[in-house]
Ligand binder design. Structure first.
Ligand code: ADP
Ligand code: MG
Ligand code: MG
Length: 254
C-alpha cells in the first residue's frame, strides 16, 4: 500500500524558499532514511509533514493513503496515524506525563475506531510498553519532559510512538547530539515497532544509527530536494566520501 506520496513539494519559511521540489513515495513495510548536510532542509520537511504553521507550502502536494494531508490540522494528522518525533520535545509543566500520554493515546484510538482506555486500562498498557524503552515508571508521574535529560526525552518520545501505534513515524534525529544510549533506544523502538503495515521515515545524519536500523531506502537531501536515492549501501558510501559531490550536482541543477 502506498502510504505517503510527496509530489514536487515546495515550501518556505519567513518568505525564504527552503524546499524546492521534494518527491518521495513511502509504502507500507518500508524504512526510509533521509540524510544530508546541515541546512539542507531535512527538519523543514518533517515540520511541513507535521503541519507546522510557520511553514508555507507554495507548490506540490502531500497525499496520505490517497487523502490530501495538507488540509488536516496537526492533531488530525496524529489521529489518522502520522507520528512526528521532535528533535527538541516540549516540556509541559503541571501536566503529568501519564495523563498526557493517555490523552494522546485515546485520541489516536478514536482515530483507529477503538474505545478509549480508562486510567486503569491505560496503566496496564503503558507499563507493558515501558519495557520497549526500558524507562523507569517514576517518569510517568513527572511533568511532561520537565527536567528530563536528552536520553530520557528520547525514551519518552519512543514510548509515545509505542502507545500511538502510528502508521507512519517520522523521526528527526538531526543535530540533537544523541548519545549512544539514545541511539540504541531509537533503534530498539524502530526495530520493534516497524511492521509490514507501517512505515518509518528516519531523518538522521548519524551513520551509526543506520548500523542498527537497516533502511530500505536512503535519500540524500541537498538544497531542499532529494538529490540521490539508494539503499543502505549509499549510507555507507556517504560515510566514506562525505557530501562534497553534492555541490557539483547542485551547480548543474541551479
Ligand atoms: P536541516 O534539518 O537539514 O539541518 P533545516 O530544515 O533545519 O535543515 O533548515 C534548512 C534551511 O532553512 C536553513 O538554511 C535554515 O536556516 C532555514 N530555516 C529553517 N527554519 C527556519 C525559520 N524558522 N526561519 C528562518 N529560516 C529557517
Ligand atoms: Mg539542522
Ligand atoms: Mg534538522
Amino acid at each position: 500500500e502506498l502510504l505517503l506520496e510527496i509530489i514536487d513539494l515546495h515550501a518556505r519559511v519567513e518568505n525564504k524558499p527552503i524546499l524546492k521540489g521534494v518527491n518521495l513515495k513511502i509504502h507500507a513495510g518500508e524504512i526510509h532514511a533521509i540524510m544530508g548536510r546541515n541546512g539542507s532542509g531535512k527538519s523543514t520537511l518533517s515540520k511541513v509533514l507535521a503541519g507546522h504553521p510557520a511553514y508555507e507550502i507554495t507548490r506540490g502536494s502531500i497525499m496520505y493513503r490517497g487523502q490530501d494531508l495538507m488540509v488536516l490540522s496537526p492533531e488530525d494528522r496524529a489521529r489518522i496515524g502520522i507520528f512526528l518525533g521532535f528533535q527538541y520535545p516540549v516540556e509541559i509543566p503541571g501536566v503529568s506525563n501519564i495523563e498526557f500520554l493517555r490523552v494522546a493515546t485515546n485520541a489516536r484510538r478514536i482515530g483507529k475506531g477503538q474505545d478509549e482506555l480508562d486510567t486503569f486500562e491505560f496503566e496496564d498498557l503503558v507499563h507493558e510498553r515501558l519495557k520497549i524503552v526500558q524507562m523507569d515508571p517514576t517518569f510517568l508521574e513527572r511533568s511532561v519532559n520537565e527536567g528530563f535529560s536528552g536520553g530520557e526525552k528520547k525514551r519518552n518520545e519512543i514510548l509515545q510512538m509505542a502507545l500511538l501505534e502510528p502508521i507512519i513515524s517520522i523521526l528527526d534525529e538531526t543535530d540533537s547530539g544523541l548519545d549512544i544510549d539514545a541511539l540504541r533506544i531509537v533503534a530498539r523502538g524502530v526495530n520493534q515497532l516497524s511492521s509490514p503495515d507501517t512505515a518509518i521515515l528516519l531523518i538522521t545524519h548519524y551513520q551509526r544509527l543506520l548500523e542498527e536500523i537497516t533502511p530500505d531506502y536512503v535519500h540524500v537531501m541537498a538544497s531542499g530536494r532529494i538529490l540521490r536515492t539508494g539503499d543502505n549501501q549509499l549510507a555507507l558510501e556517504l560515510e566514506k566520501i562525505g557530501y562534497d559531490w553534492v555541490d557539483q550536482e547542485l551547480a548543474a541543477l541551479e
